[in-house]
Design a protein around this ligand. Structure first.
Ligand SMILES: *[C@@H]1O[C@H](CO)[C@@H](O)[C@H](O)[C@H]1NC(C)=O
Ligand SMILES: *[C@@H]1O[C@H](CO)[C@@H](O)[C@H](O)[C@H]1NC(C)=O
Ligand SMILES: *[C@@H]1O[C@H](CO)[C@@H](O)[C@H](O)[C@H]1NC(C)=O
Ligand SMILES: *[C@@H]1O[C@H](CO)[C@@H](O)[C@H](O)[C@H]1NC(C)=O
Ligand SMILES: *[C@@H]1O[C@H](CO)[C@@H](O)[C@H](O)[C@H]1NC(C)=O
Length: 437
């Protein structure tokens, strides 16, 4: 069911090469104070506003990836100074798809932080949700407050047939549900790309940016504009498991198409002779095989998990952060817990972890650890409420006491506000979970 098409206003936020960037930094002194502040405030965010500027200084020697939408020919408002506001404005006006994938497990804790720190921040961002139907899916009803909802696809999961190429390329090691678990995850991610492409075709435009992340991410600070880097695919640092941290990715549509084609590129990886890949190594292989340049940055979210991990973590073990860690945790695992290890304890534990595996930045008190060898501790709700604050605590309580009628009403509202609803009727989703947890 397709609903009101949305207008496409194309504001291409793009930048220029690293080389040009360094040159520009050298040229900072002669520039105006406004520009200096801009450069200073955003050392790694070469935005489109700078491209014409750079072209001016470098006589258009700066490479731009396409000529059709060259930012140099954008009708810039010359009466406005080039400054912090204008490049941000450009980003805020750009068309952005935010793709959320995964099971709703603890979405009552993570959902409001995603709405607040991603969706509300970029008012043009369209939400795409791709998730399996289960007893927690009713928690997605809290997304009725998202500013713009494109496609909601909550589906009955089915086993995915494993092809010979997939069996050759992938490894079941360290995946809780083996190769099938990887395929289910890849299918969630790639399905989001399909939804985005359908939406683009129906509405005849192309997104400037695609932000792909997981529904189980807890954000303790906004996803800042400095994370949108033209010409690069951005992923969080740490938690690399031999490849690239695949818990979030940000890029333009073309690079996102490579990054999100997690199933359909496997034959390509197969013919390149790649073997025994896990999720992170196959993610990295996709990008390198297609020559998509990537950058890593620290990002203020962690993945809320119910899984148990030995404490203290050692070598290939997994550190589990307290939700109250200042971060940025860059997608490390976390849960609401009483911290058992901080400061010199963390400094003793973290260097023993394999740096190319679950290691994450921990210096300067950013990380505090849980002992996650057992279930979530009694009283975790109170710990969460204290960390998350009144508003998020209120959502948690509302979801835990949600009635069937409220759930159905919320989903109906969400359905009304979304362009496409590829999900079972609200009654069905709500009945699976409400009153049972
Ligand atoms: C800019 O480039 C044009 C042609 O590419 C050249 O004729 C001109 O001299 C250049 N100007 C400067 C200031 O380098
Ligand atoms: C511009 O692109 C060309 C070819 O893609 C490359 O050879 C050249 O080094 C690039 N120049 C800069 C300044 O990045
Ligand atoms: C350009 O900016 C000025 C000052 O902000 C504003 O008054 C004017 O309307 C703008 N012009 C256009 C065409 O946007
Ligand atoms: C994206 O890919 C399309 C088709 O492959 C190509 O025509 C276009 O130039 C690319 N755009 C950018 C910005 O790289
Ligand atoms: C930790 O803080 C010190 C002193 O402020 C600083 O020099 C260092 O770069 C910081 N390390 C990290 C990883 O942020």
């Amino acid at each position: 069911m397709v609903k009101s098409p949305q207008k496409s206003a194309m504001y291409i936020a793009r930048g220029f090469s690293d080389q040009g960037w360094r040159l520009l930094l050298l040229l900072v002194p002669p520039l105006s104070l406004t520009v200096f502040i801009c450069v200073y405030a955003t050392p790694l965010s070469p935005f489109s506003t700078f491209a014409p500027l750079a072209s001016f200084f470098f006589n258009r020697t700066v490479n731009s990836t396409t000529s059709a939408d060259d930012p140099c020919v954008l009708p810039l408002n010359r009466s406005q100074p080039v400054g912090v506001r204008s490049w941000k404005d450009e980003l805020y006006r750009s068309r952005m798809a935010v793709c959320l994938v995964g099971g709703a497990r603890r979405f009552e804790l993570t959902g409001p932080s995603i709405v607040e720190n991603i969706l509300n921040l970029y008012p043009n961002s369209d939400l795409f949700l791709h998730s399996p139907l289960d007893k927690n899916a009713f928690k997605f009803s809290l997304l009725k407050v998202a500013p713009r909802i494109a496609t909601v696809r909550i589906f009955q999961p089915k086993p995915i047939p494993e092809t010979e190429a997939e069996v050759r390329v992938l490894t079941a090691a360290n995946s809780p549900n083996g190769i099938q678990g990887l395929l289910q995850y890849f299918n969630l991610v790639e399905g989001c790309l399909t939804m985005i492409e359908e939406y683009q075709t129906q509405n005849n435009f192309k997104y400037d940016w695609v932000v792909r992340t997981r529904v189980d991410g807890y954000w303790n600070a906004p996803l800042g504009p400095q994370n949108f880097i033209a010409g690069h695919y951005l992923v969080p640092s740490g938690s690399t498991y031999g490849g690239l941290n695949d818990r979030l990715g940000i890029g333009d549509f073309n690079s996102s198409k490579v990054a999100l084609s997690r199933l359909s590129l496997i034959p390509k990886l197969d013919s390149a002779g790649l073997r025994l890949l896990n999720s992170e190594t196959s993610f990295k292989a996709q990008l390198t095989t297609y020559g998509v340049p990537f950058v890593t940055k620290r990002l203020p979210f962690c993945i809320v998990t119910d899984r148990k991990y030995r404490f203290p973590p050692y070598r290939f073990g997994v550190p589990v952060a307290t939700l109250s860690s200042p971060g940025p945790l860059s997608g490390a695992k976390c849960r609401p817990c009483t911290r058992v290890c901080e400061g010199s304890c963390v400094a003793g534990v973290m260097p023993l972890l394999n740096k190319g595996w679950s290691w994450t930045n921990w210096e300067n008190g950013t990380l505090k650890l849980c002992d996650a060898h057992a279930e979530w501790e009694r009283g975790w709700e109170k710990i969460f409420d204290e960390v998350a604050g009144k508003k998020r605590a209120a959502v948690r309580k509302r979801i835990s006491g949600l009635k069937l009628k409220q759930c159905v009403n919320d989903f109906n509202e969400m359905n009304r506000r979304s362009s496409k609803w590829e999900s079972p009727p609200p009654e069905e989703i709500c009945k699976l979970g409400v009153g049972q947890n």
